[in-house]
Design a protein around this ligand. Structure first.
Ligand code: SAM
Length: 279
């Protein structure tokens, strides 16, 4: 059956290149090109953007990004078995796809891209959270990316967008929402993938803010949230007592009851406390 880009259907690509999925590489492939185009569209208008894709695999999402008009795609794939299939995609879109065979945790991709840059990926679940944390905690803000459109295990996606008072609320929510707008734009059942994973998945779209939502020192904020959520059921006056001897006064000065728990405190409160502690 013909496809929109004249390339073979992904099922044929996988068969012809013998891409038997490897569990240790988090390989659950998307084979429906309508779905991959839909995910690509969640990243907004790509026509004037360079796109970084992590883990293109047989190239389903890559084809979606290119068909949706991405100016250029840089795709970093660890599994060398995928390279011949990706070379066929590059031939169909001359000059617009570059593939690097390597580990996304080690490749300095931003150095190879031109602004504006968007990141779009159906991430390998084993490295997804680590990459997100890295992208949210660069040495300098604003970061190299304008937006991140990323597939996660649904529970992780819920932790990224969680609000105070919910079970999912914690460090990941604070980190993401401090310097970005984050929302779930799509949820996918296991059957959307080949082979189907045991879990549901969701696509999160994060748009960077030029300035953090509330002022705070990144290192102090990170320390406070780590201590607060490591013992999330404890009152803050006890979970944060190692921070400074007058923690109760600092909490009050930040407008927080010392008996409150981390999961009740909104981002604004944590930033106010970080400013008090840094004084
Ligand atoms: N993008 C494809 C799709 O949507 O069908 C494949 C997604 S699959 C969930 C994850 C891909 O990431 C696999 O192709 C896997 O080989 C690749 N991968 C796993 N670990 C990686 C790493 N550290 N760096 C780069 N790619 C990696």
């Amino acid at each position: 059956m013909a496809t929109i880009d004249g390339l073979p259907p992904l099922r044929d690509v996988i068969r012809d290149h013998e891409l038997v999925a490897k569990k240790q590489l988090g390989q659950n492939f998307l084979l429906d090109l309508n779905l991959t185009a839909k995910i690509a569209r969640q990243a907004g208008d790509l026509t004037a953007c360079d796109v970084l894709e992590v883990g293109p695999g047989p190239g389903g999402l890559t084809r979606g990004l290119l068909a949706e008009g991405a100016r250029r795609v840089l795709a970093v794939e660890k599994d060398a078995r995928c390279l011949p299939a990706l070379a066929e995609v590059a031939d169909a879109y001359p000059g617009r796809l570059e593939v690097i065979n390597g580990d996304a945790l080690e490749v300095d991709a931003p150095a190879l891209l031109n602004a504006p840059i968007r990141v779009v990926a159906n991430l390998p679940y084993n490295v997804g959270t680590e990459l997100l944390v890295r992208w949210l905690t660069p040495k300098q803000w604003p970061p190299f990316w304008e937006s991140l459109t990323l597939m996660f295990q649904k529970e992780v996606a819920e932790r990224i967008v969680a609000k105070p008072g919910s079970k999912a609320y914690g460090r990941l929510a604070l980190l993401a929402q401090w310097r970005a707008d984050a929302r779930i734009v799509l949820t996918l059942p296991p059957e959307a993938f080949t082979p189907p994973p045991k879990i549901h998945s969701a696509v999160v779209h994060l748009t960077r803010l030029d300035q953090p939502r509330f002022p705070a020192d990144a290192a102090v904020l990170s320390r406070i949230t780590a201590m607060g959520f490591n013992q999330r059921r404890k009152m803050l006056r006890s979970s944060l007592k190692g921070l400074t001897p007058d923690i109760e006064d600092r909490l009050r000065a930040a407008g927080i009851e010392p008996t409150a728990r981390a999961e009740e405190i909104p981002l604004e409160g944590f930033c106010a406390l970080a400013r008090e502690v840094a004084k």
